[in-house]
Design a binder for this molecule. Sequence first.
Ligand code: FAD
Ligand code: NAP
Length: 546
Amino acid sequence: MLGGRQDFDELEASMNDPPEYDVIIVGAGFAGLYMLHRARGIGLSARLVEAGSGVGGTWYWNRYPGARCDVESMEYSYQFSDELQQEWQWSERYASQPEILNYLNHVADRFDLRPDIQFDTRVQRANFNEATDCWVVGTEDGNAMSARFLVMATGCLSSANTPDFPGSGSFEGPTFHTGRWPHDPVDFTGQRVGIIGTGSSGIQSIPVIAREAREVVVFQRTATYSVPAHNIPLAEEEQRAIKADYAGFRERNSQQPFALGSRLPGNEALALSTEPEERAKVYEDRWQHGGLPFLGAFGDLLFDGKANDTAAEFVRAKIRQIVKDPVVAERLAPTTVIGCKRLCVDSGYYATFNRDNVELVDVGESPIEEITPRGLRSGGREYDLDCIVFATGFDAMTGALLQIDIRGRDGLRLRDAWAEGPRTYLGLGVAGFPNMFTITGPGSPSVLTNMVVSIEQHVNWIADCLEYLGQNGYQRIEAMAEAQDGWVAHVNGIANFTLFPSCNSWYLGANVPGKPRVFMPLVGFPPYAEKCDEVVAKGYEGFITA
Ligand code: FAD
Ligand code: NAP
């Protein structure tokens, strides 16, 4: 019954019938849209289910003031269609949220994707039916559908995290989460705004809100390293030059460890073997260039604590130069390893604290005690606020997947399989969950890359795999437990070789109370992509097909 209403239990009981679709895709962000396009391209029937009312994923939900990408626009875009990448014009070096959302709407229209997308529909449960090798998927509105394959394009940063402060809900004014921002612009004029959180979303929104609001009080738990974006309009000649060899540009970027920034690639020299004067010059040049390539200043920054501290000290010195009040500057100067949490890329973040209407409150030492009807209390003081912005991040990488009750072979629940942290093979498949794929799943480079590159690499791999299964008459594919164990050990081994596990980042799940502390992404894109190709060349090594 195509697209009609069906009950989950009835559908499961009647699973002798062929499934309605070849593939169900969950999520209409960069990943789901391209997956739908590829699935249709290889002749599969596909249904994409999306909780939001439109396409865009991250760029549909994160409409907060100042939201923009921190990977340059010419890179943060699809490469699967040369016509698309040639015809689309970006207006700025780092595109704003509305522009990226326009782009994804354009993609949906250009490739006529909407007829196969079901909006306003949240997937609640999914059961693998062993008798038929199919998935039955249940949605929050009580409906159900079935498919042979289930592709989770649910996003690494799509499950908003709002800390459960005492008194939550008692506040009488409006509250906003950056990742669930209203569609109508919020007017902060004349308001006293409290902003909790100083990660990428906080550092982007604080300067913009501060220009509008009467007062802004920033509640900072951990100080943040941020490098200026130096965002500018994108020159016509620059776009033309890149487009003249877009394929070559994409290829060079994908050869970088984080799949981005080939125009200022990582420097292999070691910080500790470089004379201090020369070292300072390298940092200064990268600071002036702006953005994430700052971390590529030296080859040892993410591996050696002492080397890392030379970069950290450079940024701390910049903060002390920019921020006039030395007490505030010291409070803003991070003491952690630089790059171990995602480096932020800002437009005037530190300088915002020179404004008379901005106050910085350190809630690291004395945590927020409670939300009150009039504001919030911290360090024994009550802050009167008209509204509160939660820039408190996401239950990253596993949150969106584990919110769905996914049951694989023998009724195995994903929540139980991942009780001590996510376990995948290549971040693409999970042992015990046949015919299910995760796009940019834990155990893949995902959030440590230009994510569009990782997404396209995963979608291409999955689509090729589906085509291979069809051509060979296979009904089923599943990651082998031993292959998965080996992969998890490999991901952990690489992480432990770096400084990444050394701070309380969302990469480790440390931002969500009670979440298992496991480093979830894999460091290093090029060897990973090679490994995925090798698995295919060896007949899907590590997977069982039947
Ligand atoms: P998403 O865009 O998150 O889409 C997932 C979709 O799945 C969502 O629309 C969600 O509603 C839907 N969904 C989830 N669960 C369900 C369910 N149960 N039922 C139905 N639908 C569901 N990455 C970069 O590389 N560079 C950047 O500059 C960058 N900037 C970012 C800025 C912000 C503010 C944020 C939050 C993230 C940023 N990222 C960036 C990461 C970004 O998430 C990825 O680049 C990319 O947009 C992810 O696309 P996706 O399709 O995998 O997931
Ligand atoms: P985030 O990096 O996790 O930052 C959340 C902030 O909230 C942190 O400062 C955190 O403090 C604070 N916080 C969380 N719980 C708190 C509590 N109970 N009390 C006080 N403070 C609390 O989340 P995000 O800023 O939304 O960014 C998430 C990721 O999305 C980024 O790392 C990036 O990958 C992506 N992103 C990118 C951009 C971009 O520039 N393109 C913009 C936004 C997001 P602690 O540090 O102490 O935990």
